[in-house]
Design a protein around this ligand. Structure first.
Ligand SMILES: [Zn+2]
Length: 69
């Protein structure tokens, strides 16, 4: 859907898909388990063992909103 954009989070070295950011939350799948994560996440690539860091955008917006109140 156009108003709910998804952003792929890929390994910066080999391009393996690590997760999908959706509405400010990072959606991770591992076998039968699924995780929704907010904030800063560090993942180890399952293919090349490269460390990748992702910070979801929702957390930054929440901090901005709080500082204005
Ligand atoms: Zn990789």
């Amino acid at each position: 859907m156009a108003d709910n954009p998804e952003r792929s989070w890929r390994c910066r070295r080999c391009g393996a898909l690590l997760g999908v950011e959706r509405a400010g939350k990072l959606h991770l799948k591992y076998k039968a388990a699924q995780y929704l994560v907010e904030g800063s996440v560090t993942a180890v690539c399952h293919r090349c063992n490269e460390l990748s860091v992702m910070a979801t955008t929702r957390t930054l917006q929440d901090q901005d909103a709080r500082s204005e109140m």
